[in-house]
Every structure is written in C-alpha cells, then in structure tokens.
Write a protein that binds this ligand. Structure first.
Ligand code: GLN
Length: 239
C-alpha cells in the first residue's frame, strides 16, 4: 500500500495539476497562488492557460516549490490577518528579497504596499507605494473600463474594478504602468507587479503573461547562480 504524506495528499486534492504535471516542472514556470482567501482559482486558471504549472500556497513551506507568487484579490484585512497567523509575512518578504517575483491584484496590491492611507493593517511592505483602499467607492460602484497599459501594447486592457484601491503615492523606484482618472492603478518595481483591477476576471491574459516573463527571468538568473556556485565548489575541490 502506498502511504502518502499530508503534503502529497493535500496537493493531490487541492492542486491535482501540480502533481500530475510534475514531469513538466523542469520546463514550465512554477507559480504559487496564495490561497488563504480570495479569487485564487481564477488566477490559477489564467496562468495554467498560459502554460505555467500552478499550485495553491497554503503553507509557508510551499514557497520553496515555486518560482513566482500571486496574491489574489479578496479582502486585504482577512488575507493580512491569516498571513500573519500562518507565518507568511517573513516567508514572502524573504521570497521577494531573494528576487522572487510577486504579483498582487486588488487586495494583493494593498497587501504588497508599504502603507495604506487609512491606517493600520498587516501589510508586506514589498513595494514603495501607499494604497488607498476602496478608492473608487463601495461594491455598488464597481465598474469595468478599458485601460491603456503601454507596456502591454494595444489593445487596451479590459479591467474589472471591484472595491478597488488606487496607488496614492509611489517612490522613485516604482514605474506606474497605468492610470484611471489620473490615479495610478498598475505598477511595477523590479520583479514586483501590481494591479488595482482584476485581469483574471475579464478574460485578459497579458498581465499574467507579463508576470510569467518576470518569473522566467528570475529562474534563469537563479539557475545560473546555482550553476556558477556548484562550478566554484568543484573548482575548490580540484585545487
Ligand atoms: N476592498 C478590498 C480590500 O480592501 C479589495 C477588493 C478586491 O480585492 N476586489 O481588501
């Protein structure tokens, strides 16, 4: 009888593709989607459609399995609280500090910010931005609009805003990628990417494709590092 570990059982139930496609792991980018709360399934679907291998990240150790991380939309206070409770704050900070790409949509943008206008709630402080929560109004003020995102080229991106934040302030290292009514709604800082809207809900794939490029870049750099490290180690043994 085959005895599975809790991790293997959990992956098989929640992330069947991850296990089934283990053979592809060498080639395909591996992206984890933080699955504490929010629309993580929709992000997985877009990424899988683009050829990535995805898994739901529910334990901080899962970060070791992935080349990139998505923080989905949802409720930032809930995601932040659970992140704190399950030890994700340091885990994700370390992941990003090691060059790991992180993409946050909507609540994910808030979580990645260094501060929010409203005051205090658990944040990761990955990006040098200050977010304003629910900036466009309440749930009933949700809207869809075509947004010009020059790095993705034409046509415009169909963007869904649901109790969305905007970026109130951003530091010198932050590149604003798109604005709506004069307010920044998408930004990049190195391999950190954020959108106030939900491309995963509108059939738009270019934001995730852009993120996968950052993931591929990170993999390349990291694997080269590993090769050069082992090469140096071998050199030391020989001499
Ligand atoms: N307003 C929510 C928050 O503050 C974000 C909404 C969303 O992710 N769609 O967390």
């Amino acid at each position: 009888m085959v005895v599975y570990t809790v991790r293997q059982r959990r992956d098989a139930i929640l992330s069947p593709d991850f296990d089934a496609r283990r053979g592809d792991l060498v080639a395909a980018p591996r992206v984890g989607v933080l699955a504490l709360q929010g629309d993580f399934r929709e992000h997985r679907a877009v990424l899988e459609g683009l050829g990535a291998v995805t898994c739901e990240v529910r334990h901080v150790d899962d970060l070791r399995l992935v080349d990139g991380l998505v923080i989905p939309g949802g409720e930032s206070t809930v995601i932040g609280k659970l992140m704190q409770e399950y030890g994700f704050v340091d885990g994700i900070r370390d992941f990003a500090a090691a060059g790991g790409p992180v993409y946050g949509s909507c609540a994910g943008l808030i979580i990645m910010a260094r501060a929010i206008v409203e005051g205090d709630q658990p944040l990761l402080g990955l990006m040098d931005v200050v977010a304003r929560r629910n900036a466009f109004g309440r749930q009933v003020r949700s809207f869809e609009v075509d947004v010009d995102v020059p790095v993705l080229g034409p046509p415009k991106v169909r963007a869904v805003f649901i109790r969305a934040p905007w970026i109130e302030e951003s530091g010198a290292g932050v590149e604003v990628l798109a604005s709506v009514s004069g307010h920044a709604v998408a930004a990049r800082q190195g391999r950190l990417l954020t959108t106030a809207f939900h491309p995963e809900l509108s059939g738009e794939t270019r934001v995730h494709a852009f993120f996968l490029e950052l993931v591929a870049e990170h993999r390349c750099e990291r694997d080269d590092d590993e090769r050069s490290r082992s090469w140096v180690a071998r050199g030391q043994v020989v001499s």
